[in-house]
Design a protein around this ligand. Structure first.
Ligand code: ATP
Ligand code: MG
Length: 332
């Protein structure tokens, strides 16, 4: 039987997963499992890079993120779900890759630059944070991933990974490492409920998959629309209006949505009617996910992560052996 191509992706357990993850990546992962050899990593070491002084937060969210995976339909019999810190081969690989990328290249990376603006390092960016793209290259290459389903913010990091692959293969005259391709979903970047560029755990502007009915309702009530649209009869703006961005992503009747946009632009559709519609749409999507989530026990999650991490370690160790041999490290 021909070997299936590998799909790898992951999330930092710095908080629960949100609708941005759902449309940016989770949906694609569920669609790809079965057809491909899928790996999903809970990137706790990467999360630690921006939270090294709060390991408890990361540890708690490892389980929560795994529950989110299972609740949206990632199936552990088809997808290996594992914890990054349990696969030590990844960190040895990263050490070898550190030599293949310049500090300047990392500092110039648009994803790193954007993330630094949102984190609290100010001028004191740590080596760990600056080099996390190198660690990510280790994650991708350890499994010889061909496809990486991600949101658009991750594209510059996949480019760094591919540069490392090309350089490694050239310098050590080998072909053991494989380049990977990003797989983008229809919605590549979901805005925050505050209308800011990206819904994100650390910006606290996201609707979480595990939010209760009331919290979802309240977050949607507070969503950014068009500040100039005060009376129902006022003409309203669609661009930059977070409620429309969410309807674009989740409302399943595109023709109906076009009609609503026309009416809103002309004047005649109030924000509260629009938010009611969005609330119904999101509650319908998240209701079954929440229900499934509630039935998942901590023991189930621990078993899934333990089995997945053992399997992932075996694969990553095989690649590590090939990498060591390609470099020509001492071996008795
Ligand atoms: P943090 O605030 O800690 O950076 P995050 O919410 O950005 O967290 P990540 O763990 O960095 O989440 O991202 C995991 C995956 O989800 C990545 O592939 C990323 O591109 C995707 N993703 C995250 N937020 C969004 C979003 N708002 N829209 C689309 N994709 C997203
Ligand atoms: Mg992020």
């Amino acid at each position: 039987m021909p070997q299936k191509d590998v799909v790898l992706t992951g999330d930092r357990p710095s908080g629960p997963l949100h609708l941005g993850h759902y449309v940016g990546s989770l949906r694609n992962r569920v669609a790809l499992q079965g057809r491909y050899n899928c790996f999903v990593m809970v990137a706790d070491v990467q999360a630690l890079a921006a939270n090294f002084d709060n390991p408890q937060r990361i540890r708690t969210h490892v389980r929560e993120v795994c529950k989110d995976y299972l609740a949206v339909g990632i199936d552990p019999t088809k997808t290996t779900i594992f914890v990054q810190s349990r696969v030590s081969a990844l960190f040895e690989l990263a050490t070898y890759y550190m030599n293949l990328v310049s500090v300047a290249r990392l500092e110039r990376n648009p994803t790193i630059k954007e993330e630094l603006q949102h984190k609290s390092f100010a001028e004191n960016v740590t080596a760990g944070f600056l080099t996390h793209p190198v660690s990510q290259a280790a994650d991708i290459t350890a499994f010889k991933a061909r496809y990486v389903p991600v949101g658009e913010d991750q594209l510059p990091l996949i480019e760094v990974s591919n540069e490392i692959v090309r350089k490694f293969n050239r310098v050590y005259n080998t072909d053991v490492l494989k380049e990977a391709e990003a797989v983008l979903d229809k919605v590549q970047r979901l805005v925050g409920i505050d209308g800011k560029t990206k819904a994100s755990k650390s910006l606290q502007n996201a609707i979480f998959l595990s939010d209760s009915v009331d919290v979802i309702k309240q977050k949607i009530q507070s969503m950014y629309t068009d500040p100039g649209h005060i009376k129902v009869t006022d003409p309203g703006k669609i661009e930059g209006n977070a409620v429309f961005a969410y309807l674009d992503a989740f409302y399943e009747d595109p023709d109906g949505l076009e009609n609503l946009k026309t009416l809103y632009k002309k004047g005649g559709l109030g924000d509260s009617a629009l938010k009611t519609l969005l609330n119904e749409t999101i509650q319908t999507l998240l209701g079954p996910i929440r229900e499934r989530r509630q039935s998942i026990t901590d023991d189930t999650v621990d078993d899934v992560l333990e089995a997945g991490s053992i399997h992932a370690s075996e694969i990553a160790s095989r690649t590590l052996a090939e990498v060591r041999s390609a470099i020509g490290l001492w071996h008795p």
